[in-house]
Design a protein around this ligand. Structure first.
Ligand code: ATR
Length: 478
């Protein structure tokens, strides 16, 4: 079940939030501590307006909430609201109020015993869950994983504590996002989300994302798990490429972002969850190489891998950036209209681009801020090199490819080759996809150049990844 935490400043706003999302959620949580003014009559109107199960919660500041009053006042407040038709009340681990528990049971309100750790994951997590369940009808832990190894621990709960069915395990913050989306794989009964723009806790996603994009509530034991690893990774658009396509072709699969600090820990998680394939982004494209049992020709050439699939019990590494880059310029390459290409940058992205172009026998000039790095890649690939001010080396370029992070926030006002005057006949390709129009592309456009956007490559490499993951052609209409 997906539980919507109502974040309205009053009950009227919270009722509107419920109405807006009622087709996506099966339960709501009223956080009394978020209401500006607590009025029993208003809360009664809310409980009468919402027919699905409701959780009553009044969260203290130290547990991530907004309630400042005394413990006695809090217990009194919760007690006074128990006759309003709630299905659950959230009572924290340390609270010893037998009177509150007694009233809850008199009104048939089940007790969620909760534990919060806003700093990390306690070493005795499993024992804690056992103890919480003993003292309530549902055990709930909301902790803060600080590494992928912490996330691994949270997913181990399902198997290790399989005899405890009534539990909720939540990882907060960016590391915890997969535990929210794949909540069923932590053995959780339900998970929380809150309206877009007002997250009630760190890492809360909106119902549009949890239900609309991920269909988190449809995950079952047969769901094929895919994902993307990176650091940072939460800005990624890849879930929007893969999840709608899985649904369009009727495949029971999900694609989830994993913030990963340690590739080794992720491979352990991949075994635990039987992950079938994943995309790899910065800074792990080289770090995954030692774990691969098989690599494609492109990975061998470039020395970096952006796609990993399970293949006969081995991990196979591929590089769809290579073909994703070529796709939007394939016609020009086939017609041999790209004889000379200039590549700006000499980082990981540039490696795929230079190798792909050299594979078509294009003459390549690499210009980079740090000349030594341009020289190294150039010597490896049989290219020429220079610095960003060596504009004369760009003469007669048929294609100019921008591969650096210039143009992307916080470098949105940077054009890495500011002094270059486009002739208007060059094909100009910027790998940056957010924003679509970089300063570099805008200048090229003014000169009349034909432009290729980073999104074209992102989509092309994503489509190839989808085909490597599933064996199916990417749905044309998407
Ligand atoms: P990626 O894998 O995305 O290519 P990377 O390997 O870190 O990331 O490479 C970043 C590239 O962007 C490098 O070519 C870098 O130039 P340096 O080698 O001199 O560091 C380039 N880059 C980053 N910031 C830049 C800036 N402000 N101006 C010009 N080039 C920049």
């Amino acid at each position: 079940m997906l539980c919507l935490t109502l974040t309205g400043k009053d009950c009227t706003e919270s009722i509107s939030q419920y109405i807006q999302h009622k087709t996506s959620v099966q339960m709501v949580e009223l956080r009394v501590d978020l209401l500006k003014c607590i009025n029993k009559g208003q809360i009664q109107k809310l409980t009468e307006a919402i027919s699905i199960p409701k959780i009553l919660t009044c969260r203290r500041v130290r547990d991530g909430g907004s309630y400042f009053g005394s413990e006695r006042a809090r217990a009194r407040l919760l007690n006074s609201l128990l006759d309003l038709g709630f299905s659950y009340i959230d009572i924290e681990e340390d609270v010893k109020r037998p009177d509150l528990e007694k009233t809850a049971h008199e009104y048939n309100v089940k007790i969620i015993r909760s534990f919060h750790d806003l700093e990390g994951v306690p070493k005795d997590l499993f024992t804690k869950i056992v103890k919480l369940r003993r003292r309530g009808d549902v055990a709930k832990v909301a902790v803060t994983p600080k590494s992928i190894n912490d996330v691994l621990l949270l997913f181990k709960v399902k198997h290790e504590l399989r005899e405890i069915e009534d539990k909720v395990v939540i990882g907060m913050g960016d590391y915890g996002i997969p535990t929210r989306i794949l909540y069923k794989l932590t053995g959780s009964l339900f998970t929380f989300c809150s309206p877009d723009g007002t997250p009630a806790a760190s890492g809360h996603l909106s119902p549009e994302i949890m239900h609309g994009l991920y269909h988190a509530d449809s995950v079952n034991d047969d769901t094929g798990i895919y994902g993307i690893i990176g650091n940072p990774v939460m800005h990624t658009s890849s879930p929007k490429i893969h999840n709608p396509a899985f649904r369009r072709i009727g495949l029971n699969a999900i694609y989830v972002p994993f913030l990963v600090d340690d590739v080794r820990g992720f491979f352990q998680l991949a075994e635990l969850l039987s992950i079938k394939g994943f995309s790899v982004t910065v800074p792990h494209k080289q770090q995954v190489l030692p774990y691969l049992g098989k690599i494609s020709r492109e990975v061998k050439l470039i020395g970096s891998c952006n796609t990993v699939v399970r293949y006969n019990n081995l991990w196979k590494g591929m590089n769809t950036d290579f073909y994703g880059f070529l796709k939007p310029i394939q016609e020009e390459l086939d017609a041999q209209r790209i004889r000379k290409a200039v590549v700006i940058g000499a980082g990981g992205a540039a490696r795929s681009v230079v190798w792909a172009l050299r594979n078509y026998y294009c003459k390549v000039v690499i210009l980079n801020r740090t000349i030594e790095k341009a020289k190294k890649l150039a010597l490896e690939t049989g290219s020429e090199w220079g610095g960003l001010t060596d504009i004369d080396k760009m003469d007669h370029a048929d294609l100019i490819v921008q591969t650096t992070s210039a143009g992307m926030p916080p470098l949105e006002n940077v054009n890495p080759i500011e002094t270059y005057q486009f002739s208007g006949r060059e094909l100009v390709f910027d790998l940056v996809y957010k924003p679509k129009n970089t300063l570099f592309l805008e200048k090229a456009k003014l000169a009349g150049c034909k432009l290729i956007y980073g999104m074209d490559m992102l989509v092309a490499q994503g489509v190839l990844q989808f085909e490597a993951f599933t064996g199916f052609t990417y749905p044309q209409d998407l």
